[in-house]
Design a binder for this molecule. Structure first.
Ligand code: R2B
Ligand code: URA
Length: 298
């Protein structure tokens, strides 16, 4: 079973060699340790991450509205490359992560260092995204209470110096429960469930509609039914890296994804543009409620 833990939040990076580095270039964010990172990023309490750049820009604008922030910060992109966009709106830092574990791995690595240099020790991270659901009505939101890799194991696999390293994907149980407890304030279905993380959208997710396919529809259905019986509620592409990296860094994080389709029924993503825009915002609606409640109770 994948791990659920109660994480005592407090960013902890384990690279002792970093202290000897005079400057540290955060290459993909276009920033460096020499920048006044504390001036720009201090006060970051929440990190919102999701795949696409435009979704992040939209969330930054929504954060400003929801938290009544009127300084225009939602329009100022703090990343100086075209790899990732980043906006800091009050206590919320919004950054996109692209598609897949390699992309989110680079962003998280540089962002964790950035937060360390800026003196932000206790930010809580949220990955909010889309996914394919298993046995759920499209538009349902899944809060991950476990994360499995493509071998259905609760580990991120990383190759380092030619060796295969497995890192546990434990996620914070309390945060999952706190998000689920907001159910009453939310007008769409929210469930807790295990998330499977694939390394691609097609064969890696047992689709029949990719450029390649060497299994039958029966093989596909047997695999998806197996996932379903294990308690897997959805499939996406970044949760393994997100969960394992944050657990390693001793940072609280939650994965909140809307399901765009029921994979037990089909493979093609066919909702209307209007439905997509509404559904994509659902994870945000849940998480911003959590943020507002947290800020109100401080
Ligand atoms: C969900 O949707 C994207 C692929 O369409 C990927 O980033 C993910 O995890
Ligand atoms: N994102 C995925 O990774 N899979 C889906 O089926 C839908 C969105």
């Amino acid at each position: 079973m994948s791990g659920v833990a109660n994480i005592k939040n407090g960013l902890r990076l384990s690279n002792g060699l970093l202290s000897a580095v005079e400057d540290d270039v955060l290459y993909h964010l276009g920033l460096s340790k020499r920048d006044d990172l504390a001036a720009i990023f201090s006060g970051t309490k929440f990190v919102f991450t999701g795949g696409s750049t435009t979704r992040i820009a939209h969330w930054a604008a929504l954060v400003a509205t929801e938290l009544n922030i009127t300084d225009g910060s939602e329009t100022q992109c703090l990343s100086h490359t075209d790899r990732y966009v980043m906006y800091k709106v009050g206590p919320v830092l919004c950054v996109n992560h692209g598609i897949g574990c390699p992309s989110i791995a680079v962003m998280l690595n540089e962002l964790l260092k950035l937060l360390e240099y800026a003196g932000c020790q206790d930010a809580i991270f949220f990955r909010m995204g889309t996914s394919g659901g298993l046995g759920l009505a499209p538009g349902s939101v899944v809060v991950s209470n476990g994360v499995l890799n493509g071998e259905l194991k609760p580990y991120q696999i990383q190759y380092i110096l030619g060796r295969k390293i497995e890192r546990p994907t434990d996620i914070d149980k309390q945060l999952v429960n706190d998000l689920l407890a907001l159910n009453e304030k939310i007008a769409f279905p929210v469930v807790a469930g295990i998330t499977m993380c694939a390394d691609d959208f097609y064969e890696g997710q047992a689709r029949l509609d990719g450029a390649f396919c060497e299994y039958t529809i029966e093989d596909k259905m047997a695999f998806l039914q197996k996932l379903h019986s294990l308690g897997v509620c959805n499939i996406e592409m970044e949760s393994v890296c997100f969960a394992a990296t944050l657990f390693r860094a001793n940072v609280k994080g939650a994965i909140v994804c809307v399901t765009l389709l029921n994979r037990l029924v089909g493979d093609q993503v066919v909702m209307t543009r209007a439905e997509l825009l509404e559904w994509e915002e659902r994870p945000f609606q849940l998480v911003i409620q959590y943020v507002k409640d947290s800020l109100a109770s401080q």
